[in-house]
Design a binder for this molecule. Structure first.
Ligand code: ADP
Length: 257
């Protein structure tokens, strides 16, 4: 018999994630891919591959979350990312507190209660500034791979201030800075500062109940982590695999553990 108790699906705007857990809530398998235009077809394929790899033959409870969650026919339930990220991070870190989730197309600040459920939250899904898209967009324009952005921003103490909070205007500002011969890493540092400024103002609105925790793909960016810590004067702690927390929480929601 397969050890898989349930599977969580996070159909995100930027990446698709799957996490399978055993009856103790331990991760036994996962998948992550950039999101394709037909997310429901992609997820069916990813699920088939994961199930085959883990030797799952019969029905397994499957919960979907993320932007495309309602398109996933294989899911027995669909649940918001707020509940799923809170659940996943609470289980991984074992702490209540203030969770910041920065994904590709939105960012959220979630107060996680003592039972791992969200007690309050704020979400920005209207504007790309303050999300991974803001970084990705400008990274593409500067020809820097997204996984190198944070390291580049931290490689210098010089910083070009980016005053536009809108992605489109920030891009024009960056083009002017480049034309003036500004250092690329200093521009990237300013870009991260701008994103973090957006996120931290949301954190202040919700209020900080320590510890401050970070999830979502942008948590993999070291500069974002450090700048949030600096701006809030708080340590920022991360779960083991921050980008998988939505899918992990979704899987835990139907597993008895
Ligand atoms: P969603 O769930 O909304 O699809 P994710 O939580 O997967 O989004 O986050 C995607 C974002 O994570 C990207 O926009 C990018 O900024 C960031 N990201 C992904 N991989 C990395 C990496 N290796 N290093 C730094 N940032 C990353």
């Amino acid at each position: 018999m397969s050890q898989v108790a349930s599977i969580g699906i996070d159909a995100g705007s930027t990446t698709c994630k799957l996490v399978a857990v055993d009856h103790d809530g331990g991760v036994v398998g996962s998948r992550l891919e950039p999101t394709e235009p037909r997310v429901e077809i992609q997820m069916r394929r990813m699920l088939d591959e994961l199930r085959a790899d883990l030797g799952v033959h019969g029905e397994v409870p499957t919960v979907a979350t993320g932007y495309g969650r309602k398109l996933i026919k294989e899911a027995t339930r669909n649940v918001t990312e707020i509940t799923c990220h809170a659940k996943g991070v609470f289980r991984d870190l074992g702490r209540a507190g203030t969770l910041i989730d920065i994904g590709g197309q939105d960012s959220k600040v979630i107060q996680v209660g003592d039972d791992g459920r969200p007690v309050d939250f704020m979400m920005n899904d209207k504007c790309a500034a303050g999300t991974g898209r803001f970084l990705e967009h400008t990274a593409a324009r500067l020809g820097v791979p997204v996984e190198e952005l944070g390291g580049r921003a931290l490689s210098t103490n010089d910083e070009e201030s980016i005053s536009s909070t809108c992605t489109v205007f920030a891009e024009s500002e960056i083009i002017s800075l480049i034309a003036r011969g500004a250092d690329l890493d200093a521009i990237l540092r300013g870009l991260h500062r701008s994103l973090v400024g957006r996120v931290v103002s949301m954190v202040r609105s919700v209020g900080i109940v320590p510890p401050l925790m970070l999830s979502g793909g942008v948590a993999r960016n070291e500069a974002v982590r450090r700048m949030i810590a600096e701006a809030t004067a708080q340590d920022v702690i991360l779960p083991r695999d921050p980008q998988l927390m939505g899918a992990y929480g979704a899987a835990l929601l139907t597993c008895a553990a």
